[in-house]
Design a protein around this ligand. Sequence first.
Ligand code: RNT
Ligand code: ZN
Length: 421
Amino acid sequence: MKTENIKKAYELAKEMYAAIGVDTDAALKAMKQVNISLHCWQADDVVGFESSQQALSGGIQATGNYPGKATTIAQLRRDIEEVLRLLPGKQRLNLHAIYGDFQGVTVDRDQIELKHFQSWIDWAKQLGIGIDFNPTCFSHPKAATGFTLSSKEESVRQFWVEHVKRSRRIAAEIGKQLGTPCVNNIWIPDGSKDMPIDRNAHRALLKQSLDEIFAEEFPKTHLLDAVESKLFGIGVEAMTVGSNEFYLAYAVKNNKMVCLDNGHFHPTEQVGDKISAVLQFVDEILLHVTRPVRWDSDHVVTFNDEIQLIAQEIVRNHYLSRVHIGLDYFDASINRIGAYVTGVRAAQLAFLFALLEPTEKLKALEEKQQYFERLAFLELLKTKPFGAVYDYWCMLNNVPVAEDYITAIQQYENTELKKRL
Ligand code: RNT
Ligand code: ZN
Protein backbone atom coordinates (compact mmCIF):
# COMPACT_ATOMS: atom_id res chain seq x y z
CA MET A 1 0.00 0.00 0.00
CA LYS A 2 1.23 3.49 -0.80
CA THR A 3 2.18 5.58 2.24
CA GLU A 4 0.28 8.50 0.86
CA ASN A 5 -2.93 6.44 0.61
CA ILE A 6 -2.53 5.02 4.10
CA LYS A 7 -2.29 8.57 5.41
CA LYS A 8 -5.21 9.79 3.34
CA ALA A 9 -7.41 6.94 4.49
CA TYR A 10 -6.42 7.64 8.09
CA GLU A 11 -7.24 11.34 7.82
CA LEU A 12 -10.68 10.50 6.50
CA ALA A 13 -11.22 7.89 9.18
CA LYS A 14 -10.14 10.36 11.82
CA GLU A 15 -12.82 12.81 10.65
CA MET A 16 -15.51 10.16 10.55
CA TYR A 17 -14.72 9.02 14.08
CA ALA A 18 -14.46 12.61 15.34
CA ALA A 19 -18.01 13.13 14.09
CA ILE A 20 -19.22 10.56 16.64
CA GLY A 21 -16.97 11.86 19.39
CA VAL A 22 -14.07 9.40 19.04
CA ASP A 23 -10.43 10.51 19.02
CA THR A 24 -8.45 8.11 16.79
CA ASP A 25 -5.06 9.46 17.91
CA ALA A 26 -5.99 8.78 21.54
CA ALA A 27 -7.07 5.26 20.58
CA LEU A 28 -3.68 4.59 18.96
CA LYS A 29 -1.91 5.95 22.01
CA ALA A 30 -3.93 3.58 24.20
CA MET A 31 -2.84 0.62 22.04
CA LYS A 32 0.56 0.96 23.77
CA GLN A 33 -1.09 -0.70 26.76
CA VAL A 34 -2.13 -3.75 24.76
CA ASN A 35 0.85 -6.07 25.24
CA ILE A 36 0.08 -9.52 23.98
CA SER A 37 2.07 -12.49 25.25
CA LEU A 38 3.08 -14.75 22.35
CA HIS A 39 2.75 -18.41 23.24
CA CYS A 40 6.01 -20.10 22.18
CA TRP A 41 4.15 -23.37 21.53
CA GLN A 42 2.51 -22.34 18.23
CA ALA A 43 5.98 -22.49 16.63
CA ASP A 44 6.48 -26.23 17.16
CA ASP A 45 3.09 -27.78 17.98
CA VAL A 46 3.74 -27.92 21.75
CA VAL A 47 6.79 -30.20 21.49
CA GLY A 48 9.52 -28.32 23.37
CA PHE A 49 13.22 -29.08 23.73
CA GLU A 50 13.55 -31.80 26.32
CA SER A 51 16.04 -34.46 25.28
CA SER A 52 13.47 -37.23 25.61
CA GLN A 53 10.49 -35.80 23.83
CA GLN A 54 7.12 -37.22 24.69
CA ALA A 55 3.97 -37.26 22.62
CA LEU A 56 1.61 -34.41 23.42
CA SER A 57 -0.79 -35.54 26.15
CA GLY A 58 -3.18 -34.05 28.67
CA GLY A 59 -6.25 -33.89 26.47
CA ILE A 60 -4.93 -31.23 24.09
CA GLN A 61 -4.07 -31.76 20.45
CA ALA A 62 -2.19 -29.98 17.66
CA THR A 63 -3.51 -31.26 14.36
CA GLY A 64 -1.90 -30.79 10.96
CA ASN A 65 1.44 -31.41 9.39
CA TYR A 66 2.47 -28.18 7.69
CA PRO A 67 6.18 -28.21 6.92
CA GLY A 68 8.67 -25.89 8.61
CA LYS A 69 8.03 -26.19 12.34
CA ALA A 70 10.83 -25.10 14.65
CA THR A 71 12.83 -28.04 15.98
CA THR A 72 15.67 -26.19 17.72
CA ILE A 73 15.83 -23.22 20.08
CA ALA A 74 17.68 -21.23 17.42
CA GLN A 75 14.88 -21.84 14.93
CA LEU A 76 12.17 -21.01 17.42
CA ARG A 77 13.90 -17.74 18.34
CA ARG A 78 14.32 -16.84 14.68
CA ASP A 79 10.63 -17.50 14.13
CA ILE A 80 9.57 -15.34 17.06
CA GLU A 81 11.91 -12.56 15.94
CA GLU A 82 10.28 -12.70 12.50
CA VAL A 83 6.82 -12.58 14.09
CA LEU A 84 7.85 -9.53 16.13
CA ARG A 85 9.10 -7.80 12.99
CA LEU A 86 5.65 -8.18 11.46
CA LEU A 87 3.65 -6.84 14.40
CA PRO A 88 2.92 -3.30 15.51
CA GLY A 89 3.03 -2.54 19.24
CA LYS A 90 4.88 -4.40 21.96
CA GLN A 91 4.66 -8.11 22.72
CA ARG A 92 5.93 -10.53 25.35
CA LEU A 93 6.97 -14.18 25.06
CA ASN A 94 5.12 -16.91 26.92
CA LEU A 95 7.43 -19.88 27.64
CA HIS A 96 6.52 -23.37 28.76
CA ALA A 97 8.97 -25.21 31.00
CA ILE A 98 9.68 -27.84 28.31
CA TYR A 99 11.25 -25.10 26.15
CA GLY A 100 14.33 -24.79 28.38
CA ASP A 101 17.81 -24.61 26.91
CA PHE A 102 18.75 -28.11 28.09
CA GLN A 103 21.76 -28.49 25.77
CA GLY A 104 20.88 -32.09 24.97
CA VAL A 105 21.11 -33.10 28.63
CA THR A 106 18.24 -35.06 30.19
CA VAL A 107 16.74 -32.82 32.83
CA ASP A 108 13.57 -34.16 34.39
CA ARG A 109 10.81 -31.73 35.30
CA ASP A 110 11.64 -31.83 39.00
CA GLN A 111 15.19 -30.78 38.19
CA ILE A 112 14.71 -27.63 36.11
CA GLU A 113 16.68 -24.59 37.19
CA LEU A 114 17.23 -21.00 36.26
CA LYS A 115 20.32 -21.92 34.24
CA HIS A 116 18.12 -23.75 31.73
CA PHE A 117 16.30 -20.51 30.99
CA GLN A 118 19.10 -17.97 31.28
CA SER A 119 19.70 -17.89 27.52
CA TRP A 120 16.01 -17.06 27.02
CA ILE A 121 16.27 -14.21 29.50
CA ASP A 122 19.38 -12.86 27.76
CA TRP A 123 17.67 -13.14 24.39
CA ALA A 124 14.58 -11.34 25.67
CA LYS A 125 16.69 -8.62 27.23
CA GLN A 126 18.32 -7.95 23.87
CA LEU A 127 14.93 -7.69 22.23
CA GLY A 128 13.54 -5.59 25.06
CA ILE A 129 10.60 -7.89 25.74
CA GLY A 130 9.16 -9.50 28.87
CA ILE A 131 8.71 -13.23 29.42
CA ASP A 132 5.84 -15.18 31.00
CA PHE A 133 6.11 -18.78 32.17
CA ASN A 134 4.22 -22.06 32.59
CA PRO A 135 5.06 -25.29 34.37
CA THR A 136 4.49 -28.21 31.97
CA CYS A 137 2.35 -30.83 33.72
CA PHE A 138 1.60 -32.97 30.65
CA SER A 139 3.48 -34.96 27.97
CA HIS A 140 5.35 -36.89 30.64
CA PRO A 141 5.28 -40.51 31.93
CA LYS A 142 4.36 -39.25 35.42
CA ALA A 143 1.23 -37.65 33.95
CA ALA A 144 0.18 -40.87 32.21
CA THR A 145 -2.52 -41.79 34.74
CA GLY A 146 -4.21 -38.47 34.04
CA PHE A 147 -3.44 -37.00 37.47
CA THR A 148 -0.56 -34.70 38.45
CA LEU A 149 -1.01 -32.18 41.28
CA SER A 150 -4.17 -34.03 42.31
CA SER A 151 -2.69 -37.52 42.11
CA LYS A 152 -3.46 -39.98 44.89
CA GLU A 153 0.03 -41.41 44.45
CA GLU A 154 1.99 -39.28 46.85
CA SER A 155 5.32 -39.61 45.01
CA VAL A 156 3.68 -38.52 41.75
CA ARG A 157 1.98 -35.57 43.44
CA GLN A 158 5.24 -34.52 45.07
CA PHE A 159 7.07 -34.75 41.75
CA TRP A 160 4.66 -32.24 40.20
CA VAL A 161 4.60 -30.01 43.27
CA GLU A 162 8.39 -29.82 42.97
CA HIS A 163 8.14 -29.01 39.26
CA VAL A 164 5.69 -26.18 39.83
CA LYS A 165 7.68 -24.81 42.78
CA ARG A 166 10.77 -24.68 40.59
CA SER A 167 8.79 -23.06 37.80
CA ARG A 168 7.71 -20.27 40.14
CA ARG A 169 11.29 -19.69 41.28
CA ILE A 170 12.46 -19.51 37.68
CA ALA A 171 9.56 -17.22 36.76
CA ALA A 172 10.31 -14.88 39.66
CA GLU A 173 13.95 -14.66 38.57
CA ILE A 174 12.85 -13.97 34.98
CA GLY A 175 10.65 -11.13 36.20
CA LYS A 176 13.43 -9.75 38.35
CA GLN A 177 16.05 -9.83 35.60
CA LEU A 178 13.78 -8.40 32.92
CA GLY A 179 12.27 -5.73 35.15
CA THR A 180 8.69 -6.71 34.34
CA PRO A 181 6.63 -9.19 36.38
CA CYS A 182 6.54 -12.69 34.94
CA VAL A 183 3.11 -14.29 34.91
CA ASN A 184 3.39 -17.94 35.90
CA ASN A 185 0.27 -19.82 34.82
CA ILE A 186 -0.57 -23.21 36.27
CA TRP A 187 -2.65 -25.47 34.08
CA ILE A 188 -2.89 -29.18 34.81
CA PRO A 189 -4.73 -31.79 32.73
CA ASP A 190 -6.07 -33.71 35.74
CA GLY A 191 -9.40 -35.39 35.37
CA SER A 192 -11.06 -38.55 34.22
CA LYS A 193 -12.57 -39.97 31.08
CA ASP A 194 -15.46 -41.68 32.79
CA MET A 195 -17.60 -41.01 35.84
CA PRO A 196 -15.38 -40.95 38.91
CA ILE A 197 -16.57 -41.82 42.39
CA ASP A 198 -14.09 -39.72 44.31
CA ARG A 199 -14.02 -36.26 42.76
CA ASN A 200 -13.73 -34.77 46.19
CA ALA A 201 -10.41 -36.39 47.10
CA HIS A 202 -8.74 -35.15 43.92
CA ARG A 203 -9.98 -31.62 44.52
CA ALA A 204 -8.77 -31.73 48.13
CA LEU A 205 -5.37 -32.93 46.88
CA LEU A 206 -5.18 -30.16 44.31
CA LYS A 207 -5.93 -27.60 47.00
CA GLN A 208 -3.24 -29.11 49.20
CA SER A 209 -0.71 -29.05 46.35
CA LEU A 210 -1.46 -25.42 45.53
CA ASP A 211 -1.13 -24.43 49.18
CA GLU A 212 2.27 -26.13 49.30
CA ILE A 213 3.32 -24.49 46.03
CA PHE A 214 2.23 -20.98 47.00
CA ALA A 215 3.75 -21.17 50.49
CA GLU A 216 6.90 -19.63 49.05
CA GLU A 217 6.31 -15.93 48.52
CA PHE A 218 7.79 -13.64 45.89
CA PRO A 219 7.41 -9.91 45.30
CA LYS A 220 4.57 -9.05 42.90
CA THR A 221 7.04 -6.98 40.91
CA HIS A 222 8.76 -10.26 39.94
CA LEU A 223 6.05 -12.89 39.87
CA LEU A 224 2.30 -13.00 39.31
CA ASP A 225 0.54 -16.34 39.84
CA ALA A 226 -2.36 -17.54 37.73
CA VAL A 227 -4.45 -20.74 37.79
CA GLU A 228 -6.29 -21.93 34.68
CA SER A 229 -9.55 -23.84 34.78
CA LYS A 230 -11.08 -26.03 32.12
CA LEU A 231 -14.38 -27.73 31.38
CA PHE A 232 -13.07 -30.86 29.68
CA GLY A 233 -10.30 -32.22 27.45
CA ILE A 234 -9.98 -35.06 24.97
CA GLY A 235 -10.14 -38.29 26.98
CA VAL A 236 -10.96 -36.24 30.09
CA GLU A 237 -14.64 -35.74 29.38
CA ALA A 238 -16.36 -36.74 32.61
CA MET A 239 -14.56 -34.65 35.24
CA THR A 240 -11.86 -32.02 35.37
CA VAL A 241 -10.33 -31.52 38.80
CA GLY A 242 -9.37 -27.90 38.19
CA SER A 243 -12.80 -26.69 37.18
CA ASN A 244 -13.91 -23.07 36.98
CA GLU A 245 -15.56 -23.14 40.42
CA PHE A 246 -12.49 -24.73 41.98
CA TYR A 247 -9.99 -22.18 40.71
CA LEU A 248 -12.25 -19.17 40.99
CA ALA A 249 -12.84 -19.96 44.66
CA TYR A 250 -9.13 -20.64 45.18
CA ALA A 251 -8.11 -17.42 43.46
CA VAL A 252 -10.57 -15.26 45.38
CA LYS A 253 -9.59 -16.74 48.70
CA ASN A 254 -5.86 -16.43 48.03
CA ASN A 255 -5.88 -13.38 45.75
CA LYS A 256 -4.34 -15.20 42.82
CA MET A 257 -5.15 -14.50 39.21
CA VAL A 258 -7.54 -16.76 37.38
CA CYS A 259 -6.68 -17.50 33.79
CA LEU A 260 -9.76 -17.43 31.61
CA ASP A 261 -9.17 -19.42 28.42
CA ASN A 262 -12.11 -18.84 26.10
CA GLY A 263 -11.84 -22.42 24.84
CA HIS A 264 -12.51 -23.76 28.32
CA PHE A 265 -16.20 -23.08 28.81
CA HIS A 266 -19.48 -24.26 27.45
CA PRO A 267 -19.82 -22.84 23.91
CA THR A 268 -22.71 -20.55 24.88
CA GLU A 269 -20.73 -18.96 27.73
CA GLN A 270 -18.75 -15.84 26.91
CA VAL A 271 -15.45 -15.03 28.58
CA GLY A 272 -16.13 -11.37 27.79
CA ASP A 273 -19.04 -11.55 30.22
CA LYS A 274 -16.90 -13.04 32.98
CA ILE A 275 -14.30 -10.27 33.16
CA SER A 276 -16.32 -7.71 35.10
CA ALA A 277 -17.66 -10.47 37.33
CA VAL A 278 -14.26 -11.81 38.36
CA LEU A 279 -12.56 -8.41 38.64
CA GLN A 280 -14.94 -7.42 41.46
CA PHE A 281 -13.08 -9.95 43.61
CA VAL A 282 -9.46 -10.32 42.42
CA ASP A 283 -6.89 -7.66 41.49
CA GLU A 284 -5.87 -8.99 38.11
CA ILE A 285 -6.66 -11.73 35.62
CA LEU A 286 -4.92 -13.53 32.80
CA LEU A 287 -6.58 -14.33 29.48
CA HIS A 288 -5.81 -17.16 27.12
CA VAL A 289 -7.30 -15.93 23.90
CA THR A 290 -8.06 -18.67 21.43
CA ARG A 291 -10.72 -19.76 18.93
CA PRO A 292 -12.58 -22.88 19.90
CA VAL A 293 -14.37 -24.43 16.94
CA ARG A 294 -17.03 -26.78 18.39
CA TRP A 295 -14.57 -27.81 21.12
CA ASP A 296 -11.31 -26.46 22.60
CA SER A 297 -9.70 -26.86 19.19
CA ASP A 298 -7.30 -23.92 19.61
CA HIS A 299 -7.73 -22.49 16.12
CA VAL A 300 -5.97 -19.24 15.19
CA VAL A 301 -7.71 -16.22 16.73
CA THR A 302 -9.82 -14.25 14.28
CA PHE A 303 -11.72 -10.98 14.63
CA ASN A 304 -14.98 -12.56 15.79
CA ASP A 305 -17.76 -11.60 18.20
CA GLU A 306 -16.13 -13.41 21.09
CA ILE A 307 -12.83 -11.56 20.98
CA GLN A 308 -14.68 -8.31 20.35
CA LEU A 309 -16.68 -8.67 23.56
CA ILE A 310 -13.54 -9.55 25.51
CA ALA A 311 -11.78 -6.41 24.25
CA GLN A 312 -14.85 -4.21 24.72
CA GLU A 313 -15.33 -5.30 28.31
CA ILE A 314 -11.69 -4.57 29.12
CA VAL A 315 -11.62 -1.21 27.35
CA ARG A 316 -15.06 0.02 28.47
CA ASN A 317 -14.17 -0.54 32.10
CA HIS A 318 -10.57 0.73 31.88
CA TYR A 319 -9.28 -2.69 32.87
CA LEU A 320 -6.24 -2.77 30.56
CA SER A 321 -3.85 -2.48 33.50
CA ARG A 322 -5.56 -5.36 35.35
CA VAL A 323 -5.76 -7.85 32.51
CA HIS A 324 -2.80 -9.79 31.14
CA ILE A 325 -3.40 -10.96 27.60
CA GLY A 326 -1.91 -14.20 26.37
CA LEU A 327 -2.71 -16.21 23.28
CA ASP A 328 -3.22 -19.95 23.36
CA TYR A 329 -3.68 -21.80 20.10
CA PHE A 330 -1.67 -24.31 18.12
CA ASP A 331 -2.58 -24.86 14.51
CA ALA A 332 -0.14 -27.20 12.78
CA SER A 333 -2.03 -27.16 9.48
CA ILE A 334 -0.90 -23.76 8.18
CA ASN A 335 2.25 -21.68 8.08
CA ARG A 336 2.98 -21.24 11.78
CA ILE A 337 4.44 -17.75 11.46
CA GLY A 338 1.28 -16.80 9.61
CA ALA A 339 -0.75 -18.33 12.44
CA TYR A 340 0.99 -16.10 14.98
CA VAL A 341 0.80 -12.87 13.05
CA THR A 342 -2.80 -13.34 11.91
CA GLY A 343 -3.91 -14.19 15.45
CA VAL A 344 -2.10 -11.30 17.13
CA ARG A 345 -3.31 -8.84 14.53
CA ALA A 346 -6.89 -10.06 15.01
CA ALA A 347 -6.61 -9.59 18.77
CA GLN A 348 -5.08 -6.13 18.33
CA LEU A 349 -7.81 -5.20 15.92
CA ALA A 350 -10.41 -6.18 18.51
CA PHE A 351 -8.80 -3.88 21.08
CA LEU A 352 -8.52 -1.04 18.60
CA PHE A 353 -12.15 -1.56 17.59
CA ALA A 354 -13.13 -1.30 21.26
CA LEU A 355 -11.00 1.81 21.72
CA LEU A 356 -12.78 3.43 18.76
CA GLU A 357 -16.17 3.17 20.45
CA PRO A 358 -17.97 6.25 21.80
CA THR A 359 -18.57 4.41 25.07
CA GLU A 360 -19.86 7.35 27.10
CA LYS A 361 -22.38 8.17 24.41
CA LEU A 362 -23.62 4.58 24.34
CA LYS A 363 -23.83 4.47 28.12
CA ALA A 364 -25.93 7.64 28.12
CA LEU A 365 -28.34 6.07 25.63
CA GLU A 366 -28.56 3.00 27.81
CA GLU A 367 -29.33 5.04 30.90
CA LYS A 368 -32.17 6.77 29.06
CA GLN A 369 -33.39 3.35 27.93
CA GLN A 370 -32.94 4.31 24.27
CA TYR A 371 -32.18 0.73 23.30
CA PHE A 372 -32.95 1.10 19.60
CA GLU A 373 -30.43 3.92 19.35
CA ARG A 374 -27.87 1.87 21.30
CA LEU A 375 -28.33 -1.09 18.96
CA ALA A 376 -28.19 1.10 15.85
CA PHE A 377 -24.92 2.65 17.00
CA LEU A 378 -23.37 -0.74 17.70
CA GLU A 379 -24.31 -1.79 14.18
CA LEU A 380 -22.99 1.40 12.60
CA LEU A 381 -19.65 1.01 14.37
CA LYS A 382 -19.12 -2.26 12.52
CA THR A 383 -18.73 -0.46 9.20
CA LYS A 384 -16.65 2.49 10.40
CA PRO A 385 -13.12 2.54 8.88
CA PHE A 386 -11.21 1.01 11.81
CA GLY A 387 -9.07 -0.92 9.30
CA ALA A 388 -7.66 2.39 8.05
CA VAL A 389 -6.71 3.29 11.62
CA TYR A 390 -5.01 -0.09 12.12
CA ASP A 391 -3.13 0.26 8.82
CA TYR A 392 -1.90 3.70 9.85
CA TRP A 393 -0.73 2.27 13.18
CA CYS A 394 1.24 -0.44 11.31
CA MET A 395 2.80 2.25 9.16
CA LEU A 396 3.81 4.31 12.21
CA ASN A 397 5.38 1.15 13.66
CA ASN A 398 7.31 0.42 10.46
CA VAL A 399 5.73 -2.98 9.99
CA PRO A 400 4.06 -4.32 6.84
CA VAL A 401 0.66 -2.78 6.25
CA ALA A 402 -2.38 -4.92 5.37
CA GLU A 403 -1.72 -7.69 2.83
CA ASP A 404 1.98 -6.80 2.70
CA TYR A 405 2.45 -9.00 5.75
CA ILE A 406 1.33 -12.02 3.73
CA THR A 407 4.10 -11.43 1.21
CA ALA A 408 6.63 -11.00 4.00
CA ILE A 409 5.64 -14.38 5.48
CA GLN A 410 5.79 -16.07 2.08
CA GLN A 411 9.33 -14.75 1.74
CA TYR A 412 10.28 -16.09 5.17
CA GLU A 413 8.81 -19.43 4.20
CA ASN A 414 10.97 -19.54 1.07
CA THR A 415 14.20 -18.40 2.67
CA GLU A 416 13.93 -20.01 6.11
CA LEU A 417 11.13 -22.54 6.63
CA LYS A 418 11.79 -24.52 3.42
CA LYS A 419 15.36 -25.16 4.62
CA ARG A 420 13.88 -27.25 7.43
CA LEU A 421 12.35 -29.89 5.17
C1 RNT B 1 -4.96 -26.50 27.80
C2 RNT B 1 -4.71 -25.12 28.31
C3 RNT B 1 -3.27 -24.72 28.44
C4 RNT B 1 -2.40 -25.20 27.28
C5 RNT B 1 -1.00 -24.67 27.31
C6 RNT B 1 -0.13 -25.36 26.31
O1 RNT B 1 -6.26 -26.72 27.51
O2 RNT B 1 -5.39 -24.20 27.51
O3 RNT B 1 -3.19 -23.36 28.61
O4 RNT B 1 -3.00 -24.90 26.06
O5 RNT B 1 -0.51 -24.75 28.57
ZN1 ZN C 1 -5.01 -22.13 27.88
